[in-house]
Design a protein around this ligand. Structure first.
Ligand code: NDP
Ligand code: BG6
Length: 522
């Protein structure tokens, strides 16, 4: 009967149909959400966005009436999109579980539209398809009552952002609900280009519609930073220059820029990792207690930290680039061996720097950052090294290495998530000898559930209108203001990076930099 009603045969409704219509109005009117992945044929969409959407569906986190659209220039049918997407979906809780039924249900809600990024006509066609799905189960007479919300995820290169936003906002935005846009990085390559991008976006959107993503904010242990600090009495009183000697933010990957050299060469590691992922973690780490956990209160505190940072100095920056080498019969390529990287490129694939926050809490405490590709290990960590115990009774005669004997709190963001505190401890036995041991919260041992991918949390937040984990425009301005002068200086002076072998620990200069501040990298 509903199908009959939808087809316009309402005038011939039986009393049974009327009852159904009445029930419909009570239970089904609600709202819909259409999620359009722009750039659906690309790497990020396949690797992260569609799997995250499926995970949300699997966990019953998506609204009841949702539809996913892929949009890109590549020609594809709905069936081909579903086939492409299905290859990257996995069961959420336990990979051994059989969730093929859920996958089929999810895939049935995925559609594809091929179009140009600057064609309003093509976006109108997309909007028409959206509308068909949004009202698929709603009788004609009831359609006015249903709110259709629309989320666009810009998973395309940044030079296309504005075209898409223009077309989507003029031809495919929601008539009666919200329209939101998730913007991927890179958001500009310096202060001016980032501000220009924000200005252009704001010709079509208001700030509240723009969700600038930094996927590190969606990582479990980064979200946990505030919980750790503000809900445990033992940490917050120590969280200052009085007790903390230095803080380190470390990002390292054990693979190079393979496949993304073209993009990377225009940005380099400082823009790719430091200015966003590491700086965001620093801001969350160092901010004052927000008034509440509301997005604006947290973002206000983060902006204050960013604006309190001392200008970065070239002498406090070490840059490096990986070179090829052969080990155990295997040849590892140099960064410039990538065909998409210009010969002789000076783009850094490694950088280390020392930053300082000019406020009462952190004055004089070095915040060290290190980020690199093609290093010996893959990890992302925050390491907090505490001061020495004043008048320590347990000196060298107890086997203590005084240089290393300070407490250290390590927040291992990935892989193998953990929080551990290094303490000095008596080695059991009749003698009195100390060693360093860990109080260890190892996530895999403590929590059985798989940790959600960052993109799941961020997509869900965008759907729910939660902005806490997205970057506000003034935060972005402050982040670029900090890094832009130094980036310009490095590029204008054509600073030659220190070359380090693929798979090594990176340039030795990073150790000299740390030593200047009495720090050893953890
Ligand atoms: P891709 O290079 O794979 O591009 C996505 C899609 O955009 C392509 O499938 C293509 O679709 C279209 N496209 C690519 N180049 C152009 C061009 N020059 N002109 C017009 N359309 C183009 O990007 P990714 O999927 O890797 O990344 C998407 C966005 O996410 C980018 O902004 C990237 O910086 C960011 N990002 C990516 C990460 C990753 O791991 N891949 C990580 C973090 C951020 P079609 O030809 O079908 O139109
Ligand atoms: C992206 C960078 O933002 O983050 C990539 O552009 C990097 O260069 C990636 O590889 C790392 O993300 P993750 O979540 O794998 O640590």
């Amino acid at each position: 009967p509903l199908k009959k009603l939808k087809d316009g045969l309402l005038s011939t409704t039986s009393s049974e149909d009327s009852r159904e219509l009445a029930n419909f109005s009570i239970n089904e009117k609600g709202s819909t959400v259409s999620i359009t992945v722009v750039g659906a044929s690309g790497d990020l969409a396949k690797k992260k966005i569609f799997p995250a959407l499926f995970a949300l569906y699997y966990e019953d986190c998506l609204p009841k009436h949702f539809t996913v659209f892929g949009y890109a220039r590549s020609k594809m049918t709905d069936v081909e999109l579903r086939d492409m997407v299905s290859r990257t979906l996995t069961c959420r809780i336990d990979k051994r579980e059989n969730c093929s039924e859920k996958m089929d249900q999810f895939l049935k809600r995925c559609f594809y539209h091929s179009g140009q990024y600057d064609s309003e006509e093509n976006f109108k066609e997309l909007a028409k398809k959206m509308k068909e799905q949004e009202f698929e189960d709603v009788p004609l007479l009831m359609q006015d009552g249903r709110i259709s919300n629309r989320l666009f995820y810009l998973s395309v290169p940044p030079n296309i952002f504005i075209d898409v936003v223009k077309c989507a906002s003029t031809s495919a935005s929601s008539a009666n609900g919200w329209t939101r846009v998730i913007v991927e990085k890179p958001f500009g390559r310096d202060f001016e280009s980032s501000a220009a991008l924000t200005r252009s976006l704001k010709e079509y959107l208001v700030e509240d519609q723009i969700f600038r993503i930094d996927h590190y904010l969606g990582k479990e242990l980064v979200e946990n930073l505030s919980v750790l600090r503000f809900s445990n009495l033992i940490f917050e009183p120590l969280w200052s220059r009085q007790y903390i000697r230095n803080v380190q933010f470390i990002f390292s990957e054990d693979f190079g820029t393979e496949g993304r050299g073209g993009y990377f060469d225009n940005y380099g590691i400082i823009r790719d990792i430091m200015q966003n992922h590491l700086l965001q973690m620093l801001a969350l780490f160092a901010m004052e207690t927000p008034v509440t956990l509301e997005a604006e209160d947290i973002r206000n505190e983060k902006v204050k930290v960013l604006r309190s940072m001392k200008p970065l100095q070239l002498e406090n920056m070490v840059i490096g680039q990986y070179k090829g080498h052969t080990k155990g019969g295997v040849t590892y390529p140099a960064y410039t061996d990538d065909k998409t990287v210009p010969k002789g490129s000076l783009t850094p694939t490694f950088a280390a720097t020392a930053l300082f926050i000019n406020n009462a809490r952190w004055d004089g405490v070095p915040f060290l950052m290190k980020a690199g590709k093609a290093l010996h290990t893959k990890r992302a960590e925050i390491r907090v090294q505490f001061r020495h115990v004043p008048g320590n009774l347990y000196n060298r005669s107890f086997g203590t290495d005084l240089d290393r004997a300070t407490n250290e709190l390590v927040i291992r963001v990935q892989p193998d998530e953990a929080i551990y505190l290094k303490i000095n401890n008596k080695v059991p036995g009749l003698g009195m000898r100390l060693d360093r041991s860990n109080l260890n919260l190892h996530y895999a041992a403590r929590y059985k559930n798989e940790i959600p991918d960052a993109y799941e949390r961020l997509l869900l937040d965008a759907i729910e209108g939660e902005r806490r984990l997205f970057i506000r425009s003034d935060e972005l301005d402050a982040a670029w203001s900090l890094f832009t002068p130094l980036l310009k200086e490095i590029e204008e002076k054509k600073i030659i990076p220190e070359y380090y072998p693929y798979g090594s620990r990176g340039p030795v200069g990073a150790h000299y930099l740390a030593a200047r501040y009495n720090v050893r990298w953890g």
